[in-house]
Design a binder for this molecule. Structure first.
Ligand SMILES: *[C@@H]1O[C@H](CO)[C@@H](O)[C@H](O)[C@H]1NC(C)=O
Ligand SMILES: *[C@@H]1O[C@H](CO)[C@@H](O)[C@H](O)[C@H]1NC(C)=O
Length: 183
């Protein structure tokens, strides 16, 4: 039951889940993560494939520090089918300041927080995010995103980030490009 609640809420957040065998892979995240430098606007370049058709384009997220130290994230996108804009407001925080690149995120107030691990970022151009939730160590569901400060990034950057994922035994073929044209 709890699993269904978590799965449903994460599904609503990202609309991009991939299930896999066994538990979560072991990953490293960014050392000395600087939240201040991470704030601001990020454009979605890639995300893990949805189980159904991806129906949003021009997806972007704006991260702002709140008075309580949490981050307010404003995710916006445009429906490919009818051109209508949509917005989702989420909350991000860092549970352990000594492990600052392992963030938690949630969008619906009733939803539990999901993992948001920053595997790599240079703050000024790209960020590689991974989220994995183990299901009793026998299976897992996972999400990945590549965000950037601009609507396009060089292929060399993409290849580098795919390579980082593969080194952690995460299948980069799950990535699907987000349409950032005609925004
Ligand atoms: C984080 O980045 C900000 C903005 O560049 C800088 O002022 C601050 O010193 C950095 N913090 C740490 C702990 O390096
Ligand atoms: C979210 O961001 C969009 C695009 O920048 C902006 O138009 C909208 O007002 C923001 N929504 C909220 C609730 O902050």
């Amino acid at each position: 039951m709890m699993f269904l609640v978590i799965a449903a809420s994460l599904f609503a957040v990202s609309q991009a889940q991939v299930f896999g065998g066994l538990g979560c892979p072991t990953t490293n995240t960014v050392a000395n993560f600087n939240l201040t430098r991470y704030l601001g606007t990020w454009y979605e370049i890639y995300k893990f494939k949805a189980n159904f058709e991806n129906n949003q384009k021009c997806i972007q997220a704006n991260y702002q520090l709140k008075a309580d130290g949490h981050i307010r994230v404003n995710n916006t996108g445009i429906s490919i089918s009818d051109g209508m804009p949509s917005t989702a407001i989420g909350d991000i925080y860092i549970p352990d300041v000594n492990d600052g690149s392992k963030l938690k995120v949630k969008f619906a107030s009733a939803a539990p927080y999901g993992n948001y691990w920053v595997l790599d970022t240079d703050y000024e151009h790209y960020t590689l995010i991974y989220s994995c939730t183990s299901i009793l160590g026998i299976s897992h569901f996972e999400f990945g995103w590549i965000l950037a400060r601009t609507r396009t990034i060089p292929d060399a950057t993409t290849q580098k980030l795919f390579g980082i994922m593969e080194n952690f035994h995460i299948n980069s073929h799950h990535f699907m490009k987000t349409d950032q044209t005609g925004c």
